[in-house]
Design a protein around this ligand. Structure first.
Ligand code: GDP
Length: 400
């Protein structure tokens, strides 16, 4: 009767206890059986699980506890991330593959690393000596010996319990009783010393957050400095306008905006040139000589080339245009004297015309122009269009 009443009191006491949130970490080498264990606890089939690569998190309710378990990947290269979870952890579940005797030393080293952390030392640790169903698996005592477990936990003042188990034996309610018992033990120890543990965890997590924040700021500062440096270098890389002069080499690494605007200018220039060339084709001063024909061909070739590489040809083309302009002026002066009645045609601006460099040859040698012919179209031989162009010289001069 007395014990019944005591049990009732205990139950009532527990019922009144607040819900406690507890975080645990599950660590151990890769392939030890961590994910299989976690899945078994969750009630999922522990069969056919792949080794944990990053980490997974499970939440479960156990009596008055809301438990979060971080299943952390055990690969050699990612074991470093374990320490990021130490501060918030109330206890540790260390899973050992009891059948993998060759990796016992590696397991021991991993365990020492964990216990050495000041954020873990003093906290309870459950060791699951897993894969007991396998032939040749080390017994509980052998695992304790292989890992020098007693020595280790005493050194780090960690309360410890070892449970020989098999994660693949069942899941949910049928889960290996040893796993269940081990989990109860861990939560019981945490509950016994919950307030002190909780206070420590709050302090440690605040510290950790401050440390992470500081690291974050340092990283941001490093990135900012690097960016500034790069921008400064890029700023130096952009040439002055003077650098674009003939003979100067351009920096091949220019900001894209500069290149685009440059190209647009060149395209505009090219279009103008092509327009003038077309106009010129319709109003050639005289039948082109062989040299002229070649020059025209050369120009149109260079025009198409310019489309691909404007910047290379800029200086050359500009100079050529100037020369041709001069030649054109001379030619028009000669023509003006003979053709005063064709002043009306003001459409063509001969100042922009592109003529062969040796354009003196383009001035008609014969001062007498051929007899006037009716207006002609595109297909008309160029000679017949000579008279149509003649007044333009004067127009050009008038403009000047
Ligand atoms: P983790 O890398 O520690 O998460 O290991 P896993 O849980 O992914 O398990 C690795 C392999 O071991 C899987 O093929 C599991 O099926 C298998 N395994 C896990 N626990 C046991 C066990 O108790 N007995 C046997 N025989 N195999 C297990």
């Amino acid at each position: 009767m007395f014990s019944l009443m005591a049990n009732c009191c205990n139950w009532l006491k527990r019922w009144q206890e607040p819900v406690r949130k507890v975080t645990l970490i599950m660590v151990g080498l890769d392939n030890a059986g961590k994910t299989a264990t976690v899945r078994g606890i969750q009630g999922e089939s522990p069969e056919d699980v792949a080794p944990t690569v990053g980490f997974s998190k499970i939440d479960l309710k156990q009596g008055r506890f809301e438990v979060t378990i971080f299943d952390l990947g055990g690969g050699k290269r990612i074991r470093n991330i374990w320490r990021n979870y130490y501060a918030e952890s109330y206890g540790v579940i260390f899973v050992v593959d009891s059948s993998d005797i060759e990796r016992m030393e590696e397991t021991k080293q991993a365990m020492i690393e964990v216990l050495n952390s000041p954020k873990i030392s003093g906290k309870p640790m459950l060791v699951l000596a897993n894969k007991q169903d396998r032939e040749g698996a080390l017994s509980e005592a052998d695992v304790i010996e292989s890992l020098s477990l007693e020595k280790l936990v005493n050194e780090h003042k960690c309360l410890c319990q070892i449970e020989p188990c098999s994660a693949v034996m069942g899941c949910g309610k049928k889960i290996d009783k040893s796993i269940k018992n081990g989990l109860y033990w861990l939560l019981h120890i945490i509950a016994k010393d919950f307030d002190a543990l909780n206070e420590r965890i709050q302090r440690d997590t605040t510290e950790q957050k401050a440390y992470e924040e500081q690291k974050k700021q340092e990283r941001a500062e490093r990135v900012r400095r690097l960016r500034e440096e790069r921008e400064r270098e890029e700023g130096r890389g952009v040439p002055d306008e003077a650098d674009f002069g003939p003979g100067n080499c351009e920096n091949p690494f220019q900001p894209i905006a500069t290149v685009i605007s440059e190209n647009e200018k060149q395209i505009e220039k090219e279009k103008k040139r092509q327009r003038l060339e077309t106009e010129r084709a319709t109003v050639v001063l005289k039948s082109p000589t062989g040299q002229e024909q070649m020059d025209v061909e050369h120009l149109s070739r260079s025009s198409s080339q310019q489309t691909n590489d404007y910047r290379l040809d800029t200086c050359k083309s500009t100079q050529q245009l100037q020369n041709e302009e001069e030649s054109e002026q001379q030619a028009s002066e000669c023509l003006d004297s003979d053709n005063s009645k064709k002043k009306k045609k003001t459409k063509l601006k001969r100042g922009h015309r592109v003529e062969p460099v040796n354009s003196e040859d383009t001035v008609p040698q014969n001062p007498t122009p051929p007899p006037p012919l009716p207006p002609v179209g595109w297909g008309t031989p160029k000679v017949t269009r000579l008279r149509k162009l003649e007044p333009l010289g004067e127009t050009h001069h008038a403009g000047v």
